[in-house]
Design a protein. Structure first.
Length: 265
């Protein structure tokens, strides 16, 4: 039986004489939600470059001798993001040159608002041995932890990941986002708490009903995770009395509410 080039490459990377860079999804924060491969890579790592947002319990799974380097960002922490990313690339190349097993630990999944593709492309460009280990992204974790269906039989056939960041003074693809919600499919909004009131207004301007449910899930996967329930029309007044902790993910959709014993499917 023939083997693919990727299989040969992975076997070579496991040799003590070779480095391996693993871009690992840490999931939403609970160590028990890591994949088995993510756990193995953490246990094997010589160096861990880790992001913000996930729980410290995940780092405690690494061997005591592993070098742990914070490489993340927090909301409005003043970092220049291009310089930050360039520094991460330099470290990946440096430790690879030293023959290290490196874990680039990223909250959620590396390829969903995680810049994993940029780091993978850099590793390919520098001809480094690299792999990607998927993780549970915050939107799906939030939905499952609080019994909110992302897809529902006979109701919807799609879902949308969306960023709440504005670009060039406004939100991107708002007509498409509104169309998804009107089609009874949910939208999972990342990094959107700061601009949530404006986002709700923009959707209603596009004739999305103000009655559409809206859920804010804070610190999903952590012991203190919380669910805040509102609607597009009510979120402005609701945010004056609640202060959802970050990080938060927002779920918007006509069936973005918890499953109960009487839920009709």
């Amino acid at each position: 039986m023939s083997r693919t080039k990727t299989e040969h490459s992975n076997e070579e990377a496991r040799s003590p004489k070779n480095h391996l860079i693993s871009i690992v999804g840490a999931g939403p924060g609970d160590p028990e939600l890591l994949t088995i491969r993510a756990l193995r890579r953490l246990e094997q790592a010589d160096v861990i470059l880790y992001d913000a947002l996930h729980g410290t319990g995940i780092l405690e799974l690494a061997k005591p001798s592993a070098l742990k380097i914070y490489a993340g960002k927090h909301y409005q922490d003043g970092q220049h993001q291009t310089e930050r990313q360039d520094n991460i690339h330099r470290q990946l190349k440096q430790f690879a040159g030293e023959g290290k097993r490196v874990v680039r630990l990223k909250a959620g999944d590396p390829f969903i608002f995680g810049r994993g593709a940029e780091e993978l492309a850099f590793c390919f460009q520098e001809k480094l041995n690299v792999e990607v280990v998927p993780g549970i992204t915050a939107g799906l974790a939030a939905a499952s932890c609080f019994h909110i269906p992302v897809t529902l039989r006979n109701v919807n056939s799609m879902a949308l990941f969306y960023t709440g960041h504005k670009r060039n003074g406004g939100f991107e693809n708002m007509d498409e986002v509104a169309a998804v919600i009107k089609a009874k499919a949910p939208v999972m909004v990342y990094m959107g708490l700061k601009n949530l009131q404006l986002l709700a207004s923009e959707l209603q301007r596009r004739e999305v009903s103000g009655d559409v449910p809206l859920q804010i899930v804070s610190r999903v996967g952590h012991p203190d995770q919380q669910l805040f329930t509102s609607s597009l029309a009510q979120i402005e007044s609701d945010l004056t009395r609640i202060d959802p902790p970050m990080p938060s993910v927002i779920l918007i959709g006509s069936h973005a509410h918890q499953v109960t014993a009487t839920t009709v499917v």
